[in-house]
Design a binder for this molecule. Sequence first.
Ligand SMILES: [Zn+2]
Length: 91
Amino acid sequence: MVLKVSNCLKCGSSDLKSPRHIRTRGVTSSVTADLNIVTCNKCRFTEFYELSDEESEPIKKKATLIFIFAAVIPTLIGIAVPIWFFIRIWG
Ligand SMILES: [Zn+2]
C-alpha cells in the first residue's frame, strides 16, 4: 500500500514533499516507531504517518542488513586483523 497524501491539512496546499521515512525512538524506552513524514512546502506543516506492517517489513530487513555491515563485519575484522598480525610476526 502506497501512502497517498493529497493536500496539506493546515493550509490545503497540494505542494507537498514526497513522504520520507524516519525511525524514531522513545527517550526512556527501547521501542522504535517507523514513520513516514510529509512536509508541506508552503507552510512547513509536517504530518506523521505510522507505517503499516507491510511497509515496515522491508525496512526491518534492511535494518538487519545494515546491522550486519555496521556491527558484525567490523567485529570479524577486529578478530581477523590481530590473528593476521600474529601470523605475520610469529610465522
Ligand atoms: Zn500547508
